[in-house]
Design a protein around this ligand. Structure first.
Ligand code: ADP
Ligand code: ZN
Length: 726
């Protein structure tokens, strides 16, 4: 089943891989197991029910509290060629009747409903005649009185749910507090419940807290470098919204206001204008945002302090759902803090205590001088696993400061000298870090006085230092062999006559540690901006014709990939992010001619190699997934080796890769591939408990070299699989 799910992912939605947890959730749902999914905004909750919906025979019901979101979702699904519809009070009687008929004819896979529509007798009678396979509750926190958005109608969902005993129940929310979570589970009486909690770290959001001095000037500066981008500016009060709105308008910005003081119609119109890219900026109170699904919001600015961390997180969460970088700037001043303090002082008892706690947590975040992701994620019960994120003002601050690297430069240079200027940057870094690799031993470089004197830095930092030294002529490089050479300038540094100062790119270091965003940064940073603009124009034109938002046609990422890879035909276009078979048919001939003309006029070619590689990577990836899946279905390692025509060791490494990606493997099945006795296996397990399972050399030595590597590899995999599943 999950294989089919992957096909749907690419064929229908045009995406290459699942995001974290999507695969597990989808597979669970397909097995008809109830699931509760907690994922931050933009995490990709929708696919968790949309893909199963396409694979189930029957209907998937989606309960959603926001009528505006329903329309948006159905429009987007329509663009993917997915048959979906909604029933709510905005439909005319004719439209309503037509949708009911379609449901009866089995012409829809997904049905979006507001809870009050679901509760109506006529709806329940209708649904009783249909086969319902999945009962999805979006924004499930609305069930809980502890949540920030309690809706009494949601309470009754538990009863209605019983109307569909054969349907699997899937509840989704972006609210993380354990109390709400428990409440959802209890209310829905979920059996065999599995709860999936994704990380709340939104890596692509750049977080900034700035001293609020002249807010209008500061915001104008901010907007100056972001022309043509969509963004939201939050203000504390309606008055402030109106004021800032007219100031920005006066300065020539494309902007509209949004707050509860405007008429319903005006609000809808302004929101619609934002979604359709008719206006770029919305200045708003907290009233704005719930019904917004726009994936390409590039910035969220807080003109005033938010009420608490939870609402701050929710508001910035509306930026960058597409995974591309988005900037979040908060203007913070002492008088704002006093204002909030004043409101809190009006309260009493428990309420006041809670409010004070919220304020403390918020202030802790605002006044933090280390990586901001630490207090932010800690608030949601998550520990940030890195020292710095490279995507917050505090982490980037260091980057702007010139640092003195003389001491490290001296270490690096003397290591080059002692190895007779015969080696490259990576090798030198390895010696400094005391690496135990064979080549170093063979060369007897582990006997050098510089061996292991640079453990305080990561390899990446040493490499970056080498780049810095090369850039500033403190080092030279042999053009043919890439070995590093000392220069006149190096001598001065080694003799202590000159100091080395510079900036190491710390953002880069963070990326190297695997924190890459979904699109490769090259696509994001190096796509052709002119072509991108042309494609955007075309997209807007097509969207206006159909009266849908531009992102429903293609997200920005798709247009960026087009203006990076320059695909020339259907086949190449199909490899682009977000292009599935229906969109290819619908829009291929709209966009391809523009790309072709551009490449012809600008003398650039399709990056066909890169596109092929992209296709191939997906294909390659499939192999180890295939192996993993078939293994879990009960095939032995030997059987698989035969089937795929490779050695067992290759199958093992496929399985390892599969496991490393967070999938489960059946450990018993792996041990079958071992020829060791149970006693010996237990011994290896004990050793792995002691020295760890990651570095086999340690285990090998711990066991006095009595078990060879090929055996160790088998047991390592079983050991890791067992730990992963426990
Ligand atoms: P949420 O409901 O959790 O806020 P969405 O379901 O709206 O998130 O997804 C956010 C964006 O990410 C959407 O534009 C969606 O199409 C995209 N997306 C979801 N899953 C994937 C995936 N596996 N690969 C690429 N893009 C994805
Ligand atoms: Zn940080």
């Amino acid at each position: 089943m999950i294989k089919q799910a992957k096909q749907v992912l690419k064929q229908t939605f045009g995406y290459d891989k699942f995001r974290p947890l999507q695969e597990n959730v989808i597979s669970n749902v397909l097995n008809k197991k109830d699931s509760l999914v907690i994922m931050p905004t933009g995490g990709g909750k929708s696919l968790c029910y949309q893909i199963p919906a396409l694979l189930f025979d029957g209907l998937t019901i989606v309960i959603s509290p926001l009528i505006s979101l329903m329309k948006d979702q159905v429009e987007q699904l329509d663009e993917f060629g997915v048959p979906a519809l909604f029933l709510n009070s905005t439909l005319t009687p004719e439209q309503y009747a037509a949708n009911v008929q379609k449901l009866k004819n089995g012409e829809a896979k997904l049905l979006y409903l507001a809870p009050e529509t679901l509760m109506m007798q006529s709806t329940r009678e209708l649904l009783n005649q249909l086969k319902v396979d999945c009962f999805t509750i979006d924004e499930a926190h609305c069930i809980s009185e502890w949540g920030h958005d309690f809706r009494p109608e949601y309470r009754q969902l538990a009863t209605v749910r019983k109307d569909f005993p054969d349907a699997v129940c899937l509840a989704l929310t972006a609210t993380a507090t354990p109390r709400v979570r428990e409440d959802i589970r209890k209310t829905l009486e979920m059996n065999e419940t599995e709860t999936y909690v994704a990380s709340f770290d939104r890596k692509n959001l750049l977080l900034q807290v700035v001293d609020k001095q002249e807010p209008l000037e500061q915001i104008l500066d901010f907007l100056y470098t972001r022309p043509k981008q969509s963004g939201i500016i939050y203000c504390f009060s309606r008055r402030q919204v109106n004021e800032l709105y007219s100031d920005l308008k006066h300065e020539g910005h494309s902007v509209l206001p949004y707050h509860a003081g405007l008429s319903e119609m005006q609000r809808t119109r302004n929101q619609e204008a934002f979604i359709r890219d008719d206006v770029q900026i919305i200045v708003a109170t907290v009233a704005f945002g719930m019904g917004i699904n726009k994936p390409d919001v590039r910035f969220v600015v807080h003109h005033d302090m938010p009420q608490n961390i939870e609402s701050y997180y929710q508001q910035i969460g509306r930026a960058g759902r597409d995974g591309l970088q988005a900037d979040c700037m908060l203007l913070y001043s002492y008088s704002d803090k006093q204002k909030i303090q004043y409101f809190i002082n009006q309260k009493e008892g428990e309420e006041k205590k809670v409010a004070e706690k919220h304020l403390d947590a918020l202030l802790n975040f605002l006044e933090f001088d280390d990586c901001r992701r630490k207090p932010l994620l800690e608030y949601f019960g998550e520990e940030y696993p890195h020292d710095e994120c490279g995507m917050c003002d505090n982490c980037l601050k260091y980057k702007d400061n010139m640092q003195d690297y003389t001491e490290q430069a001296q270490k690096y240079m003397s290591c080059i000298a002692r190895t007779d200027e015969r080696f490259g940057a990576y090798y030198i870094a390895d010696i400094l870090r005391g690496s135990k690799q064979k080549k170093i031993k063979e060369n007897k470089h582990d006997e050098l006085s510089t061996y292991g004197i640079g453990r305080e830095w990561t390899k990446n930092q040493w490499i970056q230092l080498s780049r810095l030294l090369l850039r500033s002529d403190y080092l030279g490089k042999d053009p043919e062999y890439g070995s590093l050479k000392l220069t006149k300038n190096s001598r001065a540094v080694l003799d202590g006559k000159e100091r080395v100062e510079g900036i190491l790119d710390r953002t880069q270091a963070a990326t190297d540690e695997g924190q890459t965003s979904r699109t490769s940064s090259d696509v994001e940073n190096k796509h052709n901006a002119d072509l991108f603009e042309e494609l955007r124009k075309k997209r807007k034109e097509l969207a206006d014709e159909q009266e849908i938002p531009p992102y429903a046609i293609f997200p920005d990422t798709t247009l960026m990939e087009m203006s990076y890879y320059f695909p020339q035909d259907d086949e190449s276009l199909m490899a682009i992010y977000g292009v599935g078979s229906v969109k290819l048919k619908r829009y291929g001939e709209e966009f391809l001619p523009i790309i072709r003309e551009f490449t012809a006029n600008h003398d650039v070619d399709e990056k066909s190699k890169a596109i092929k590689k992209k296709v191939q990577e997906t294909a390659e990836k499939k192999k180890h997934e295939l192996v993993g899946e078939e293994f879990n279905e009960g095939k032995s390692v030997d059987h698989l080796a035969e089937q795929f025509g490779v050695k067992s060791v290759t199958i093992l490494s496929n399985l390892k890769k599969y496991l490393d990606e967070g999938n489960k493997l059946n450990p018993e099945g792996i041990l079958e591939a071992s020829s060791l006795s149970q006693r010996k296996i237990d011994e290896v397990y004990e050793s792995m408990d002691k020295v760890g399972a990651d570095i086999l050399k340690l285990v090998y030595e711990d066991l006095n070299k009595t078990v060879d590597y090929s055996e160790l590899r088998v047991i390592q995999l079983a050991y890791l699989a067992e730990n992963a599943s426990s």
